[in-house]
Design a protein around this ligand. Structure first.
Ligand SMILES: Cc1cc2nc3c(=O)[nH]c(=O)nc-3n(C[C@H](O)[C@H](O)[C@H](O)COP(=O)(O)OP(=O)(O)OC[C@H]3O[C@@H](n4cnc5c(N)ncnc54)[C@H](O)[C@@H]3O)c2cc1C
Length: 472
């Protein structure tokens, strides 16, 4: 399945052999967040034994490789939120990383277009948020100003965000993976994590090759950071969760259409409608990718599998988890009318074209060709509320990234720094003794250590949760 951000996710299997029996830090998930976390930990602590376990045979196999490819400038997010801070910081570090590592990217800017006067107050609010968040270079546009940036776009009012860009996120993930390996980390693809239990001073992580049925292997890790995207809740412990922690991930499929080559010149860069503040991820936009193709979309449809790249894919376990969660029904009661519009835009290219033609009047339904799809991991509270901000939660040995929706790809490097800060603060990431079958005192001494690291003694003192495991 080609993705909007790349035509060929990394298929190369790691040459790291079988996973080791022990490590200092295990990172679960090789999406852009997990890879950025592994790199950040290795950058801060050279010599740390970091192992990344990823179920798929490729990095960026899920959300990271199936998104709009936009490096957001930080315009949309509630001032003071993690999203706002980390997007504004993250876009700069991401684009710098791409430049340094030869990853396709461009700072092309974005136009947000109000097509009706009723939308202008919401555009005002967007501008206010952007300025409060410190987004650089924002400019209000009159209709002529909109046409100067995007000659085929019409609107009554507009906002220009020159800091917004486009990135090949799968390419960025491959570059992060290469950097993790270059810094001595190990990346094991095709390894599904089944769960973990506290043991001794660390966690014992059960994993096995994807699709295998035998007894799992055990990785004895001193500390763990779980970045499992749409499966975040499946691996997280239940109960005693903090505010916004007791959530379930519901999958929303986002379908794109591609503008046929003759119509691609209707769009220079990124053209967005004014978002609904209650549902900021809705609203189809036009985005030119780093490969020059223009994508229209995405729609947002609640689906029956966390990997529903085909609309017809249903997994009993995913569907059961969605249906059993009270928040799903509460959300459905609130948003059923909106959901109807999304179904319509998904199945009817005329409906999607009509929506887009409000911004680009020359666009016709015949200009829209079938395109790829992504599946958003949306955390949903028990009361039916959508969790908007990033959610990080953990105990004295494990940190779980519970919710990392858009713009987590943009913010990935800054988010990773935040995650590693929190990990350092709550459990420490000092390399420590190689305990287990061959570990113990001798290994500790080989590494030049002696006394237990401060993080370790903190870990002994703190209670923490007993185990985390798969199963929504
Ligand atoms: C349609 C769409 C459009 C988007 N547009 C943008 C955009 O333009 N800009 C932007 O910044 N963001 C965008 N996003 C959001 C962005 O893609 C995500 O926030 C980001 O990719 C999350 O990265 P991640 O590493 O947390 O998750 P993922 O990329 O989903 O990675 C999680 C990884 O964990 C692995 N995993 C899960 N369970 C296990 C297990 N048990 N064992 C081993 N491995 C496991 C999975 O296989 C997966 O590879 C979009 C998302 C979607 C779906």
């Amino acid at each position: 399945m080609p993705s909007p951000t790349t035509s060929a996710p990394d298929r190369g299997r790691a040459a790291d052999g079988d996973p080791p029996g022990s490590c200092d830090l295990v990172v679960v998930g090789a999406g852009i967040v997990g890879l950025a976390v592994a790199r950040e930990a290795l950058t801060r602590r050279p010599g740390l034994r970091v192992v990344v376990l990823e179920r798929e045979d490729a990095v960026a196999a899920h959300q990271t490789g199936h998104n709009s490819g936009v490096a957001h400038s930080g315009l949309y997010y509630r001032p003071g939120s993690l999203k706002a801070r980390l997007a504004v910081q993250g876009v700069e570090s991401l684009l710098a990383f791409c430049a340094e590592h030869g990853v396709a990217h461009e700072r092309c800017g974005k136009v947000v277009v109000a097509t009706r006067s009723e939308e202008v107050p919401r555009l005002d609010e967007l501008e206010r948020r952007g300025r409060a968040n410190g987004v650089p270079g924002l400019q209000r546009l009159d209709p002529a100003g909109i046409r100067r940036h995007e000659p085929h776009v019409r609107g009554v009012d507009g906002l220009w965000s020159p800091g917004t860009g486009i990135v090949d996120f799968a390419g960025a993930s491959r570059a992060l993976a290469a950097d993790v390996r270059a810094r001595g980390g190990a990346l094991h693809l095709g390894r599904e994590v089944l769960g973990a239990a506290r043991s001794g001073d660390g966690v014992h992580v059960r994993h096995r090759p994807r699709g295998a049925t035998g007894a799992p292997d055990v990785l004895r890790a001193r500390r763990a950071i779980v970045c499992a995207g749409a499966w975040a809740d499946a691996l997280a412990p239940r109960g005693a969760a903090p505010a916004d922690g007791d959530v379930r991930v519901v999958p929303f499929r986002g379908a794109y259409r591609v503008l046929r080559p003759e119509a691609a010149s209707l769009v220079r860069g990124l053209v967005y409608p004014v978002p609904d503040p209650d549902l900021p991820f809705l609203g189809v936009h036009l985005t030119r990718g780093t490969d020059g193709e223009v994508h229209a979309g995405p729609t947002a449809l609640l689906v029956g599998a966390r990997d529903a790249y085909r609309l017809t894919r249903v997994r009993r376990r995913d569907l059961g988890a969605t249906v059993r969660w009270p928040g799903t029904w509460r959300m459905a009661r609130t948003w059923w009318r909106t959901a109807g519009g999304e179904v319509h835009r998904t199945v009817s290219r005329r409906a999607m074209a009509a929506e887009l033609a409000r911004m680009v009047p020359d666009l016709r339904a015949a200009d829209l060709l079938p395109g790829p799809a992504g599946v958003r991991a949306q955390a949903l509270r028990r009361d039916g509320g959508l969790v908007d901000d990033f959610v990080l939660d953990g105990d004295d040995r494990t940190l779980h990234v519970r919710n990392a929706p858009s713009p987590a790809a943009t913010a990935s490097l800054a988010l990773a720094a935040e995650i590693v800060d929190r990990a350092e603060a709550s459990f420490g990431l000092e390399p420590t003794q190689r305990w287990g079958a061959t570990g113990g005192r001798a290994a500790l001494e080989r590494r030049g250590g002696g006394a237990a690291a401060p993080g370790l003694s903190r870990a002994r003192a703190a209670p923490g949760r007993a185990r985390w495991r798969t199963g929504p």
